[in-house]
Design a protein around this ligand. Structure first.
Ligand SMILES: *Cc1c(COP(=O)(O)O)cnc(C)c1O
Length: 357
């Protein structure tokens, strides 16, 4: 019998990016919202779903959804591209502007999907380093960009998994370097609502900058798979040529459009989570761990005296699941906890205290 066909080299080399979905009482591992969307949202969606023409393909241009997103950000709908999660936006961006013979640059540690999706799409990967405190090292950014001549440069602010929001001046400097080599800068803002500023302030019709957002975190809609990008119209036009036809189904388009009617409720939730994040950070800093200040809805920490893997397992044994980053490059021994409800966070704190003392 002939050998069974193997997957492409770039795929077989890949371990994937998955947090285990364990059955535990307190799930603080994937930065979801601890509570569902506002009351009324599900009823509105159920009502609207009844009028879907199920025999027809969805609106290919997602007109209503894009209009609603555009209105939220005060831009023209032609500058909005929506997809199944911001991960699909990133993948489409790389299929369009990356690919064989091209390179994407990113500065580690950062969101693992930026390098992962680059490899999946056959794009070369240029990984630069951040400073030890996880802030951007502009000299390193300049070195990597001039050495590797990337087509796409990624930033993530607030950064996952560190929680650090980049300085506006640093992002502007990276944008200038990106412009110099004729590349495209993508700022992944999955957590922007928790941060003091947004790179949306820097976008413009002729600026090679795109900003990606998601419904998965702030909008409490990880179950729907919806994300989007705001950028120049000429980028949106190219992405639409690449993405699969009718990729965004009617239900997702409806859910995303109706969610934006609950902006006030969403902003109140963000304020609650930010206050809870500060409380959790303060309480954790009294334990034998190093805690990094966060501009997102999660906190990175490193136990002082115990291996991260052991702490992670001991928390699982107490039915508390956090993200284990202990073996990730540059994050030796670190764990990441998502901000939950005050009750969930107290259970986490109690379990962590038991494990560490
Ligand atoms: C969670 C997350 C996303 C969201 O991905 P979706 O596909 O929209 O769920 C994107 N970027 C970062 C940095 C994230 O942490």
């Amino acid at each position: 019998m002939a050998d069974i066909i193997a997957a492409r080299d770039s795929v077989t080399l890949m371990a994937g990016y998955h947090s285990p979905q364990l059955d535990v009482k307190v799930r603080l591992n994937t930065n979801e919202s601890p509570v569902g969307p506002p009351p009324g949202f599900a009823d509105d969606v159920a009502q609207a779903v009844r009028s879907i023409e199920w025999n027809r393909y969805p609106d290919r241009r997602a007109t209503a959804l894009r209009r609603a997103i555009a209105e939220l950000h005060g831009v023209d709908p032609g500058r909005v591209f929506a997809a199944n999660g911001s991960n699909e936006v990133l993948q489409t961006l790389l299929l369009t502007y990356g690919g064989p013979g091209r390179t994407a640059a990113m500065f580690e540690p950062t969101y693992a999907l930026h390098s992962h999706l680059s490899r999946i799409t056959g794009t070369g990967v240029a990984q630069g380093e951040r400073h030890p405190d996880f802030s951007l090292d502009l000299a390193e950014v300049e070195r990597v960009i001039s050495r590797d001549g990337p087509s796409v440069v990624f930033l993530c602010s607030p950064n996952n998994p560190t929680g650090l929001a980049d300085d506006c001046a640093d992002v502007e400097a990276v944008l200038a370097l990106t412009v110099d080599v004729g590349a495209l800068l993508c700022v992944d803002e999955a957590y922007a609502q928790f941060a003091p500023w947004s790179a949306l302030d820097l976008i413009g019709p002729d600026v090679p900058l795109v900003v990606t957002r998601t419904y998965s975190k702030t909008w409490a809609m990880a179950g729907a798979r919806l994300g989007y990008m705001i950028g120049p119209e000429w980028v949106v036009t190219e992405l639409e040529k690449v993405v699969l036809p009718y990729h965004l189904d009617s239900m997702t388009q409806i859910a995303g459009t109706l969610a934006l009617r609950h902006l006030d409720a969403m902003e109140r939730r963000v304020a609650v989570l930010v206050a809870e994040r500060e409380r959790l950070t303060d309480r954790m800093s009294r334990l034998p761990v190093h805690v990094w200040r966060s501009g997102a809805n999660f906190v990175l920490f490193r136990p002082d005296r115990m291996p991260g893997d052991d702490v992670w397992q001991a928390l699982v044994d107490r039915s508390v699941l956090v993200r284990n980053c202990a073996s990730w490059p540059r994050l030796d021994g670190c764990l990441r906890v998502t901000i939950g409800t005050p009750e969930e966070d107290d259970l986490f704190l109690q379990a962590l205290k038991e494990v560490l003392t």
